[in-house]
Write a protein that binds this ligand. Structure first.
Ligand SMILES: NC(=O)c1ccc[n+]([C@@H]2O[C@H](COP(=O)([O-])OP(=O)(O)OC[C@H]3O[C@@H](n4cnc5c(N)ncnc54)[C@H](OP(=O)(O)O)[C@@H]3O)[C@@H](O)[C@H]2O)c1
Length: 278
């Protein structure tokens, strides 16, 4: 049982990754970002998920340093933006170095291809492999990859991504992808786990939440953990940052897990990665 905020999954290269992380997409205001990241670290989160595209890598680095927590106690993820992927191999290498410098860290824990760009992601993956071999990133992975895309990079490079970060929540449970990743040693990480703020619309969660004395958000985050999925909720409010981390003292029954699984509608709030035109 996953029973504390510092509990980790072991990735396919033996690196430990915390089950719970803090997402910082759409936190653009530096003061708000600084407050949110420091509040999350104070609440015990030890993993932060950012991206070049979020425009806040520098501010994440500053907040981490100001927190006083030693870098090696934390797990920091960032992502390769699509424009750099389109520019090719050398641009990927440069993009990583730029992200690393902006954050002010000697190394990063996880670097992800943010979205699959057809005809470009294999080259990007080869550049990521080079960075990994150089030791500046502890693990490399992808984001928004469908099964056939994962199969493609594995077939063409022989290197299995450590992580696939995808949109995943009660209306998009991604069961076939989760199954495929499980079989291939790829850790699934759920983004937009609270449906980018639409969680309250899932009325069925209210009864489950009342039964456990928890909130719908906590029920969903616990459902992720019990499926073996890393989860990275975002909030700028102290009470919610704490609430979203208070998910380690209860266990959903098999029946309640299945009830949440059955809410699937294959509904996406973000674009289908099959058609990336941004
Ligand atoms: N790889 C990708 O392409 C990708 C795409 C999207 C997201 N992500 C990552 O995943 C992270 C999380 O996804 P997300 O930011 O889309 O959304 P999310 O975590 O699903 O939901 C965040 C929204 O829910 C609200 N919220 C937070 N805690 C709540 C609670 N306990 N009860 C009710 N509402 C709550 C937040 O509002 P307040 O902030 O006002 O509290 C915010 O509007 C991102 O920050 C990012 O790191 C990655």
């Amino acid at each position: 049982m996953i029973s504390k905020i510092t509990d980790c999954t072991t990735l396919n290269n033996n690196v430990k990754m915390p089950w719970l992380g803090f997402g910082v997409w759409q936190i653009e205001n530096p003061k708000v970002l600084n407050f949110a990241v420091k509040t999350a670290l104070k609440a015990g989160y030890i993993s932060i998920d950012t991206a070049d595209a979020y425009g806040n890598e520098r501010d994440v680095g500053i907040a981490v340093k100001e927190s006083g927590i030693p870098r090696e106690k934390l797990f920091i993820t960032t992502k390769l933006w699509n424009a750099r992927q389109r520019e090719g191999y050398d641009a990927v290498l440069r993009a990583f170095e730029a992200s690393r410098k902006r954050m002010g860290f000697e190394y990063l824990d996880l670097f992800l291809i943010h979205w699959p760009i057809k005809g470009k992601y294999i080259e990007a993956w080869k550049a990521m492999i080079k960075l990994y071999k150089e030791g500046v990133i502890r693990a490399i992975g992808v984001s928004n990859f469908h099964i056939h895309m994962l199969q493609d990079i594995m077939d063409q490079t022989g290197v299995v991504p450590a992580v696939n970060q995808v949109e995943l929540h009660p209306w998009l449970n991604q069961e076939p992808l989760v199954q495929f990743c499980r079989e291939n040693g790829i850790q699934v990480e759920a983004y937009s786990p609270l449906m980018n703020g639409h969680i309250r619309e899932v009325r069925e969660l209210n009864d489950v939440a009342a039964k456990y004395g928890k909130t719908p958000a906590q029920i969903v985050l616990r459902w992720d953990l019990q499926r073996g999925i890393v989860v990275i909720p975002k909030s700028v409010h102290e009470n919610r940052i704490i609430e979203n981390a208070d998910i380690f003292d209860f266990e959903l029954t098999k029946e309640d897990m299945e009830a949440i699984n059955s809410l699937n509608r294959n509904k996406r709030f973000l674009p289908d990665p099959e058609h990336v035109n941004f």
